[in-house]
Design a protein around this ligand. Structure first.
Ligand code: HMG
Ligand code: MG
Length: 297
């Protein structure tokens, strides 16, 4: 597999949205700057969501403004509805991400509406984004299991993926929100969704709760998927996914890819330095095995 992989770093958003310690805007900018300095070409910097639901993401407009001179890097932000869209545009966002779920229970818990209602909320967002020349990514959560409904059939994911794709999302990111997937299931899921959305437009967003994320990514790569979401240090989690831990660690992904002969353009020492910055801020060591190994040297 000697070709290219696009890494979408989600640490400053997914990584920090569940942290108890509030991180200031200035510190979040420092973290994003360190990630960009490490060579990452896409960094999700924040979310324009309800401050009551996710207080950790308050100040996302200032984080985005603080790093938007990095035109060499994609800087996506989450947007759940038109209100969020307007705030994202006031802050100058050029790339946004809407987020749906494959299960009704998670949709309700996360964004307080059914899957169908969420699509109706996204419809005007996508129409306005198209008119404004803003690119839209589409997340689907709970693709390999739901904390409220258990197993999720690939068809449920396909149904939502088709709608998001038809609405104009340029990429569909498949979220194993609670990290319960295993490689064969991840492979079957990618195969099923790729029957309706081109594989080139699919991304894998795997949390690592059960330690399967790297194996699942490898299985997805064997199917041809070449976009990987990850978080520096293995940060992350969603307040509406009880017990779920962080995203697959960017260091571990980069180590695996480089070991496969796939150049990532990421400087590992600088990436670990970025992780150490955020570890200091949240007061915890990174769960990334690679970061731990390199820090021990
Ligand atoms: P709602 O209560 O249904 O919305 O929330 P509403 O329209 O009835 O508004 C209620 C209040 O929220 C109002 O304020 C609105 O102004 C405000 P009030 O009058 O009570 O003071 N409001 C907003 N404020 C700021 N920005 C907005 C916005 N919209 C409404 N955009 C809503 C619906 C979606 C807003 C809410 O449930 C919410 O913000 N949820 C947060 C969801 C979230 O951020 N979850 C974590 C990210 S998703 C994730 O982690 C999964 C992912 O990583 C993939 C994976 O791993 O699976 C992407
Ligand atoms: Mg996530």
């Amino acid at each position: 597999m000697s070709d290219t992989v696009h890494i979408v770093e989600v640490g400053p958003r997914d990584g920090l949205q569940n942290e108890k310690t509030p991180i200031s805007v200035a510190d979040r900018i420092t973290f994003v700057e360190a990630l960009i300095a490490a060579g990452l070409k896409a960094v999700e910097v924040g979310a324009f969501v309800s401050p009551k639901a996710i207080p950790q993401m308050v100040g996302s407009a200032d984080v985005l403004r603080g790093v938007s001179h990095h035109t060499e890097c994609e800087l996506p932000v989450l947007v759940p509805n038109e209100k969020g869209y307007e705030a994202s545009q006031a802050a100058g966002a050029k790339l946004i991400a809407v987020f749906a779920a494959a299960s009704e229970g998670f949709s309700r818990a996360n964004i307080n509406c059914s899957i169908e209602e969420s699509i109706e909320r996204f419809r005007p967002v996508l129409a306005r984004a198209k008119a404004d020349g803003v690119r839209v990514r589409g997340y689907i959560s709970t693709v390999l299991g739901c904390p409220y409904e258990g197993e999720i059939k690939p068809q449920a994911v396909v149904d939502v993926a088709k709608v998001l794709w038809d609405l104009g999302c340029y990429e569909i990111s498949l979220g194993d929100t609670i990290g319960v997937g295993t490689p064969v299931k991840a492979r079957q899921l990618l195969r099923a969704v790729a029957g309706h959305v081109p594989m080139a437009n699919l991304a894998m967003h795997f949390h690592d709760t059960y330690g399967q994320a790297l194996a699942n990514l490898y299985a997805g790569m064997e199917e041809g998927c070449r976009v990987i979401d990850s978080a520096a240090g293995g940060l992350g989690g969603c307040p509406y996914a009880p017990g779920a831990t962080g995203n697959v660690a960017t260091e571990d992904v980069v180590y695996m890819l480089e070991g496969m002969g796939i150049a990532t353009g990421v400087d590992m020492a600088k990436l670990v330095a970025a992780t150490n910055v955020v570890s200091g801020l949240i007061g915890r060591l990174p769960v990334s095995r690679v970061a731990a190994a390199l820090n021990a040297k």
